[in-house]
Design a protein around this ligand. Structure first.
Ligand code: SF4
Length: 801
């Protein structure tokens, strides 16, 4: 075994202080000496760190960072160094399964695919393609998403497609569209190398993107360190490094950000020339934010007046600034409105499109950017506008189909609607790929009921038996990262290639092969009677994707597999003008807001009401950015006498999503084996709760039981990590989303996981319960485990290590 550090204990590794050019540091962890290394990138968060996969005897035996990679300069975090062990886990799904008499049984690929095709045809004949929905992920590859996008939009013509990216990054996309006209990150990671100030809004970067945080830690220990401002109700490791930590009450981000903008305007710390030449909406914004004085903001948010003033002063004095937003903004009240206020601060100060200045509306998942780019989240591929007929015609030309088949008569269906349509019965077939809504969606009791509906034909493709996949009517075993070739794009538009290093287990197939097989069996045709999907492998799919993006903002046309294999990471746009990719976009301060360019005609930030094409034409900003104003409104559910606490949910450093991968690394599992309730040092003694005591947390939707962790959170607030479900043998109710609320942002449609009213009580270990529904699951997991050769793996039932 070779390990450059114990990343469980030493999360970020040794400091390499710098200003300007981040030094290399190659991190490695291998269990055996590899025979060969295969080029790849990490898929355990949105950073997409460049890495090589070590292979011996046809098995993955470790990983090492790629020193030449522009994203990580060789570094890897604990998830990247450990979670590849999931590939070798003995409980991988190896064969297709079909549910017969209520039980999943092994089947052949022909049987499984023919059943899916037969049911698709029956449903289309009886109810049209609008009765078929797809719910995908932020973890497939571009080639797979694009193929699925074409199947859905030009093969079936269904508007019901979305990804779990709705839960993680829909607001990133929405805010970029609302401010700059289309999705696409203005900034670049290299802006962090010189910037004077970093503002992290609702972004616990030290936990979620550990290598990006390492970059900031290295800046902090080098010459000319940046000022750090953090907006977060918890005292996280990120907040511990802040010069100013603003800790607002749950759901009050817009009030905080309006307060900052008001102070910047009042102090004259804005760039009037930039505002006049490159933005529109300043007067409305100024009028909207003027009542958000520090005194009023303190009343609304609990942030001391002096702290807000100090933060505004630092922002006002900085000559360069990078801001990031993540789930503390995206999954909270007024998500898009709040994210737009962060964009506004950069526009007011003219801090975009040049070295050291950028906004990173972060993604959560490694390939979330691609779900959005390719159309798998309902939007049209390559940032095309569903409400613009010329964009539809262009797509129809590329696909050689009649424009009418492309769904564009209304806004695309979002995930929360998708599940609602399943609930009410208008969607009869739901195809879920690489995601686990039975743990990750809000109000889980409702989601379980929907997934279990007898009149819903549920297809799931996954690598593991999960809380979702065991409910499938047809379960397809999927190959995962390291077992297939493809490309994906990170937060700062860097595209990586990841090569197949080993064979998938048993009969598992890549998601691309599964989608291609479905398209072939469904006989989707273009206008000339030729197969709609004309590619047969990953490189063919990538070449088709390039054609779809040519001339668009996310232009991949200058990339090839060969080019991506030479160095490590190329940023889009990559085309004739930028053959090696472009570090930043909007360097000429011409934004994508013109009528013919924009991806959306915009929304009312309060209600989500869409702006019509006619209305937009009348106010076409022709390349100026939008300064979007929004007043603060309270969240829909607030604490009261019965439920007196705010619950907020989130992540821990050792796990990713519902732990399907990270939970299968022994070290990551042991480092964070269970959910916990974080409670403040003020509230805990008042309720007689000590560190490690068992507590029961109840909301209007459900109940969970877990142990308490005291401290590092604002009084009145509670925190539970959302990763934990029931697959690993603990059937005590403990999934945070048993408690969360079915509400979503009016613009991005992202669900609200960051606030819910709850009550807590201390319980004894004897009072721990096994939820009856979970007990039922236990039986299912046990009966299936015999089919997937897992017992000796000791991970499933009763196998807590
Ligand atoms: S920071 Fe993210 S992409 Fe990089 S190694 Fe860690 S989990 Fe992987």
């Amino acid at each position: 075994m070779h390990e450059t550090r114990d990343s469980i204990k030493d999360i970020w590794g040794e400091r390499t202080p710098y200003y300007g050019s981040w030094p290399e540091r190659v991190d490695e962890r291998t269990l055996e000496e590899p025979e060969r290394w295969v080029q790849s990138a990490c898929v355990l968060c949105s950073n997409d760190c460049g890495m090589d996969i070590g292979v011996k005897d046809g098995k993955i035996v470790g990983v090492r960072g790629r020193a030449v990679d522009r994203v990580n300069h060789g570094r890897l975090g604990p998830k990247g160094l450990h979670a590849w062990e999931a590939n070798n886990s003995p409980d991988r799904l190896k064969y297709p399964m079909i549910k017969r008499n209520g039980k999943l049984e092994q089947a052949s690929w022909d049987e499984a695919m023919e059943l899916i095709v037969r049911r698709s045809r029956e449903i289309i004949e009886k109810h049209t393609s609008n009765a078929i929905g797809f719910y995908t992920t932020g973890q497939l590859f571009i080639e797979e998403y694009y193929t699925l996008g074409v199947i859905g939009k030009a093969g079936l013509g269904t508007p019901h497609m979305d990804g779990n990216t709705r839960l993680c990054t829909a607001t990133a996309a929405a805010s970029l569209m609302e401010s700059f006209g289309s999705d696409g990150q203005p900034g670049s990671y290299s802006d962090l190398d010189t910037t004077e100030l970093v503002m992290l809004a609702g972004h616990n970067m030290s936990n979620t993107q550990t290598v990006l945080w390492t970059r900031i830690l290295d800046r902090l220990s080098g010459p000319r360190p940046p000022v750090i401002i953090v907006i977060d109700p918890r005292k996280t490791w990120t907040a511990a490094k802040a010069d100013v930590h603003l800790a607002p009450k749950a759901g009050t981000n817009v009030a905080v950000l309006n307060g900052l903008q008001n102070l910047l305007i009042e102090m004259g710390k804005i760039d009037p020339e930039f505002i006049t030449q490159h933005t529109t909406g300043f007067e409305v914004l100024k009028e909207t934010v003027k009542s958000y004085t520090p005194e009023n903001v303190e009343k609304l948010t609990g942030i001391p007046e002096g702290d807000l003033r100090r933060a505004a002063q630092l922002i006002g004095e900085a000559k360069s600034m990078v801001s990031t937003c993540l789930q503390g903004v995206y999954q909270s009240n007024q998500a898009t409105a709040a994210a737009c206020q962060v964009n506004n601060i950069h526009l007011l100060r003219g801090m975009l499109g040049r070295q050291g200045c950028g906004v990173l509306q972060m993604n959560g998942q490694p390939t979330a950017q691609n779900t959005r780019e390719t159309g798998c989240d309902g939007a049209l591929p390559a940032f095309r506008n569903w409400d613009n007929p010329s964009h539809i015609e262009e797509l129809a030309r590329i696909w050689n189909v009649n424009p009418v088949i492309i769904p564009h008569w209304s806004a695309p269906t979002h995930a929360m609607q998708l599940f609602r349509y399943c609930e009410e019965g208008s969607i009869k077939m739901l195809w879920i790929s690489a995601t686990n809504p039975a743990v990750s969606m809000p109000d889980l009791a409702r989601i379980r009921e929907i997934l279990d509906k007898r009149d819903l034909f549920l297809v799931v493709q996954d690598a593991f038996l999960t809380e979702t996949s065991h409910r499938a009517d047809v379960l397809l075993p999927a190959a995962i990262w390291g077992e297939k070739t493809g490309t994906f794009t990170n937060v700062d538009r860097t595209v990586h290639i990841s090569y197949k290093a080993v064979e998938p287990p048993g009969e598992a197939r890549s998601d691309l092969d599964i989608f291609l097989d479905y398209a072939r069996r469904m006989e989707f045709k273009d206008k000339d009677g030729q197969p709609l999907i004309k590619w047969k492998d990953p490189e063919g799919a990538f070449e088709a994707w390039k054609v779809c993006t040519k001339g668009r903002m996310c232009d991949y046309s200058g990339m090839t597999y060969e080019k991506l294999s030479k160095g490590s990471g190329i940023q889009w746009p990559c085309n004739e003008q930028f053959p090696d990719g472009a570090e930043r976009i909007y360097t000429d301060f011409h934004f994508n807001t013109g009528f013919e360019d924009c991806e959306t005609f915009g929304h009312d930030l309060d209600t989500g009401a869409v702006t019509s094409p006619q209305e937009y034409k009348a106010i076409d900003p022709e390349g100026k950015a939008w300064l979007r104003a929004a007043d603060f409104h309270s969240p829909h559910e607030t604490p009261d006498e019965e439920y007196p606490f705010w619950l907020t949910t989130g992540r821990v450093v050792y796990h990713f999503h519902t732990r399907t991968k990270t939970g299968r690394s022994k070290e990551l599992y042991d480092a964070a084996p269970d959910a916990f309730l974080q409670i403040s040092e003020t509230d805990a003694p008042r309720l007689g709760i000590k560190e490690g005591d068992w507590v029961e947390v109840t909301s209007r939707r459900g109940m969970v039981q877990m142990q308490a962790a005291v401290g590092n959170i604002e009084p009145g607030h509670l925190f539970i990590p959302f990763h934990y479900g029931y697959w690993d043998g603990d059937f005590r109710p403990r999934a945070a989303n048993e408690l969360t609320i079915t509400e979503w942002d009016p613009v991005s449609k992202q669900p609200h996981f960051k606030y819910a009213a709850v009550k807590i009580s201390k319980i004894s270990p004897q009072q721990l319960s096994e939820d009856p529904d979970k007990k039922k699951q236990k039986g299912v997991f046990q009966s299936i485990s015999s089919l997937i050769d897992t017992i000796s793996g000791a991970i499933l039932i009763g196998g807590r290590r």
